[in-house]
Design a protein around this ligand. Structure first.
Ligand code: SF4
Ligand code: SF4
Length: 256
């Protein structure tokens, strides 16, 4: 079987997901052996920025017209497009204040010279182009990435996690921070796949993998309030990684 042509790209973000790929270390050599990596600016200075791609892997959110144009070019040359990381899947931290007036935000930070910057509200990839597979996480989990790519290479669609962080936390028999320590842990609302990394270190989940389907937002926010947290604090925490921003917005509106 010929090796598929692959491109790995970063839009606006911290490049942490691309770093996870490079940090696969010995297994990265197997990836290179299985893939024909043609365009990966973070790892190589010898890139083909025009060839057709079987697989495009894209990290980062769309925060400018330049990002948007780059993403459209990537989509046009790729058979399969995979969004990696919470910025690409949900808009990420940059989208936490997506409802704020952008030009005011730019003026507040950069003053009048901010007007010249090419900047747009943060958007996830699926808001601009069709995405074939989302792999969430801030950053992505190495195992989930490797198994996802292996599945795609075998012609299968990877099976994504569907249960919340709480399920993985219970499986590992960690003490519950929400009920036992009265922390504002977002585990019940957040997509699992990280093996409850933060509760395992006695730190409440901050929702970095984005929302799980069927999250019971009403019941969890009611529990937070029973535990003494205010609506504004809950709203602020929920919108940190943007995936739960809509709920956060509703809570803020209820407050006003
Ligand atoms: S500590 Fe957090 S993730 Fe674990 S069971 Fe409690 S609420 Fe869920
Ligand atoms: S526990 Fe929550 S914040 Fe921590 S890695 Fe998992 S999803 Fe992210």
């Amino acid at each position: 079987m010929s090796r598929p042509n692959v491109g790995i790209f970063g839009l606006t973000g911290c490049a942490g997901d691309q770093l996870v790929i490079l940090n696969c270390e010995d297994r990265f050599l197997h990836i290179i052996a299985a893939l024909n990596i043609r365009d990966f600016a973070m790892a190589s200075s010898d890139n083909d920025s025009a060839c057709d791609l079987d697989l495009a892997i894209v990290e980062g959110a769309v925060l400018s017209r330049r990002d948007e144009e780059q993403l459209e070019r990537i989509r046009a040359r790729s058979r399969i497009l995979v969004a990696i990381g919470t910025c690409a899947v949900w808009g990420g931290i940059a989208a936490m204040d997506g409802d704020t007036d952008r030009s005011q935000l730019v003026r507040d930070i950069y003053g009048e010279c901010g007007e010249q910057f090419d900047t747009t509200p943060a958007r996830a990839l699926h808001e601009i182009v069709g995405v074939d597979l989302n792999i969430s996480g801030c950053p992505i989990e190495e195992e989930e990435f490797l198994s996802g790519i292996s599945n795609l290479l075998n012609g299968d669609l990877p099976i994504a996690p569907t249960t919340p962080v709480c399920a993985e936390c219970k499986m590992r028999e960690y003490n519950c921070l929400l009920t036992e320590r009265v922390d504002m842990c977002l585990g019940p609302l957040t997509l699992g796949g990280c093996n409850a990394r933060c509760p395992g270190l006695s730190i409440g989940c901050v929702g970095c993998r984005g929302p799980v389907d069927d999250a019971n937002l009403e019941s969890v926010t009611a529990l937070f309030m029973e535990n003494g947290f205010g609506r504004e604090d809950i709203a602020r925490k929920l919108r940190t990684f943007a995936g739960l921003r809509v709920v956060a917005h509703t809570l803020s509106e209820d407050e006003s």
